[in-house]
Design a protein around this ligand. Structure first.
Ligand SMILES: [Zn+2]
Ligand SMILES: [Zn+2]
Length: 272
């Protein structure tokens, strides 16, 4: 069964990676697009709610990591849907496997795996699901943080840079939900943490900036958190943010840039 955590919102994906459908009338927005191997599952999940891939009007990417853009190009082609992403994600959309420059994570995945070998199931799952063959997205429209996007679900776009330079969250005011992508997750399988947290340095560009971006989520009036990884969480978003600040993965696994002061207003401005 496709899970519906709130009216008009459906959880898609599998046990490792979430993406979401926002349904308004006959039309669908996908928030992220999972892994390439999720196509049949997506067809089945949409069929369960009386929709099909051809009903997808928009795909809004929270960021351009390979576990979130897997079906974007395929659905764009088949449904004629518009793919929306922050302009700072453009280089990653054009070359999803790139791991240098702005796409380089702050920490080292091999080091994390040495510390916690069981976590190797995550990259293995991604590999089996075709993540490393995720096709680049050939055409996107630029998201403008602060704006309400005129697509099914009418999400308000919130800038939450750090996990990637152009990470965004979506606030749905009517159901009072926030879809956070990897800016705030409820499970980080690489470090074996369940509960609200930012994502470990193994997959994040700048964990200090990601921690600072929690400020933008804390002020949102919503009581349903729908993350890119982990289960939906009910309760005030600011409480989840408090827990994420407590968990602070950056304390244990922050990289060499981890102490950079993005709380300094001038730097923060630059970062945004
Ligand atoms: Zn990510
Ligand atoms: Zn992810």
């Amino acid at each position: 069964m496709t899970t519906r955590p709130a009216p008009g919102i459906y959880v898609l994906g599998d046990a490792v990676v979430n993406f979401y459908a926002l349904v308004e009338g006959a039309d669908v927005t996908l928030v992220d697009s999972g892994l390439p191997s999720h196509y049949r599952r997506l067809e089945a999940q949409l069929e369960q709610i009386g929709r099909s891939v051809r009903d997808v009007r928009a795909i809004v990417l929270t960021h351009a990591h390979i576990d979130h853009l897997g079906l974007a190009e395929r659905v764009r082609g088949e449904a004629g849907a518009t793919v929306w992403a922050h302009p700072l994600e453009a280089p990653a959309l054009a070359d999803p496997l790139k791991r240098s420059g702005d796409a380089a994570p702050e920490g080292s995945l091999p080091k994390h795996l040495l510390r916690r070998p069981a976590a190797v199931r995550v990259p293995l799952h991604l590999a089996r699901s075709g993540a490393f063959r995720a096709p680049r997205v050939l055409e996107t429209s630029p998201l403008r943080p602060g704006a309400i996007l005129d697509v099914p679900g009418r999400p308000h776009i919130v800038a939450v840079p750090g996990h990637t330079p152009g990470s965004i969250a979506l606030h749905l005011t009517a159901p009072g939900a926030v879809l956070t992508g990897d800016a705030l997750v409820t499970e980080d399988a690489i470090v074996g943490r369940t509960g609200p947290s930012i994502v470990s340095a193994a997959f994040s560009r700048n964990t200090a900036q990601a921690a600072a971006s929690l400020d933008a989520l804390a002020v949102i009036d919503a009581d349903l958190l729908l993350p890119g990884h982990g289960l939906p969480l009910r309760g005030a978003i600011r409480d989840a943010v408090d827990q994420a600040r407590e968990a602070a993965p950056s304390r244990t696994d922050r990289g060499k840039r981890g102490n950079a002061s993005v709380r300094d207003p001038a730097r923060r401005q630059q970062a945004l």
